[in-house]
Design a protein around this ligand. Sequence first.
Ligand code: NAP
Length: 261
Amino acid sequence: MSNNFDLSGRVAVITGGNSGIGLGMAEGLVRAGCAVSIWGRNAEKNEKALATLKACGAGKAEARRCDVTDRASLEEAFAATLKSFGRVDGCFANAGIGGGGRRAFIDRTEEEWRRMFTTNLDGVFHVLQIAARHMVDRAGKGDAFGRLVATSSLASIMGTARNEHYAGTKAAVTALIRALAVEHARYGITANVILPGWIKSEMTSGLFANEKFVENNMPRIPVRRFGEASDFSGIAVYLMSGLSSYHTADSFIIDGAYSAY
Ligand code: NAP
């Protein structure tokens, strides 16, 4: 590597990398020379995103079918990625689903609750555990470098009160990442959370189409601008670089608006 932001030789996995924030991170990484494996359930979205990545950079890219709610599917995708790229240096747990707008906890169905928590919490736990095992194993062979990152789950809104959104799984993911950071520091593996504010994506398109939402939220954002997926390119490159090695369990907050715990 010729400089801190030249990621050639490094490999990253991004769950939910075929869309929105995940694709924004993948684009930055590929441009910096990183090899990237994007995972999603939808083959058509995977292919389209892969074409975008192939057009934009120096690094290699591949797309894999994977459902993060299914441990076997994750194990299979991880093994296949290892086979094609030989190693995984960074794992971005980003796949997630929205919480379905401003409805109270009491109005949620059992099925909605189960789907949201399985995707947004179990999905993070399983993929980071698989990646961490590989990274710890490599550290045991003298190759200590790893990045565990979560953006998932942080917007799984489960209720609303005081005119605020309440993200049901946000505190759990943040706590998990802190625990991972402490446990893995000795292996040269860092763990971080990225807390998106309101970023324009497929998931949030309904909100952005709602004039009241835009009107109410815009004044709460210090820079008066809703975020774009491309804002995540730089942060992904920074996290995968040598420069971020002194940071652990950082929370990067992108654009000012927040959803309450
Ligand atoms: P998005 O464009 O809708 O992307 C969601 C991604 O997750 C898609 O690539 C989707 O691909 C994938 N996915 C969903 N369920 C999956 C499953 N079971 N297995 C594998 N992949 C799955 O949304 P986004 O806004 O970029 O959000 C990305 C992450 O950031 C989410 O976890 C979200 O909760 C979090 N976040 C977003 C915001 C925001 O303002 N946008 C704010 C806070 C947190 P497939 O459909 O192909 O499976």
